[in-house]
Design a protein around this ligand. Structure first.
Ligand code: HEC
Length: 183
């Protein structure tokens, strides 16, 4: 056994042989396909499910972490107090960023157009600001950024209202600008 073969044999035991072989055959088909097909995403949620069960509860967690409530018992400043509270606020913000990125994947962006990308990226960026406000433990900033988050949600909903959202790829993101009903 020459030295190279011996190396391969040892590598086989640790799974490295796959990498070595992929490098050897010049990637005639495998590498080219990986480039065009992209990762095998699994569409686990419709856009409605993603919004109702993932995005909305996440935004609620962020919004509810800082509130000014005035009722018959007086004025109440709700704000994160403990390390745990602040971590929850930060986690919600970080998740909004992750959701924005998810919305930009072909899973949800397919057939939507440029505006879709802009609003999704908007969610990513506002989520990062939201996270920074939580890292800084700045309740006023959390409140302020919370309002901007709402504007991103609303902006996208105005451009892609439920009735106009394409059910298939037939329509290519040509959504009207009708105001959402009930608002
Ligand atoms: C990139 C665009 C986009 C952004 C950003 C966005 N949404 Fe949506 N959302 C949609 C679309 C499209 C629908 C409509 C789906 C349908 O019914 O066709 C929707 C629907 C919803 C619904 C209704 C879901 C249902 O039960 O049918 C909720 C709730 C919602 N969004 C919450 C939010 C919140 C909260 C935010 C901001 C944190 C947000 N969305 C940001 C695109 C977006």
């Amino acid at each position: 056994m020459n030295q190279f073969a011996a190396k391969i044999a040892r590598a086989a035991g640790s799974g490295l042989v796959l990498l070595a072989l992929a490098g050897c055959n010049g990637g005639e088909t495998d590498e080219a396909q990986a480039g065009t097909d992209g990762p095998a995403y699994v569409r686990a949620h419709t856009i409605q499910q993603l919004m109702a069960n993932v995005v909305q509860p996440t935004a609620d967690a962020y919004w509810q972490s800082v509130q000014f409530i005035s009722d018959e018992t007086g004025d109440h400043d709700i704000r994160p107090e403990t390390d745990e509270d602040w971590l929850a606020t930060r986690t919600a913000a970080a998740n909004l960023t992750a959701h924005g990125n998810l919305l930009m994947t072909p899973l949800y962006a397919e057939g939507r157009g440029e505006d879709w990308m802009d609003f999704s990226r908007g969610l990513v960026e506002i989520g990062m600001q939201a996270e920074q406000a939580a890292i800084d433990r700045d309740p006023d900033k959390v409140f302020e950024v919370g309002g901007n988050i709402y504007n991103v949600c609303r902006g996208c909903h105005q451009l892609y209202p439920p009735a106009e959202a394409p059910a298939s790829e037939a329509q290519s993101g040509e959504a009207g600008e009708a105001a959402p009903s009930g608002e």
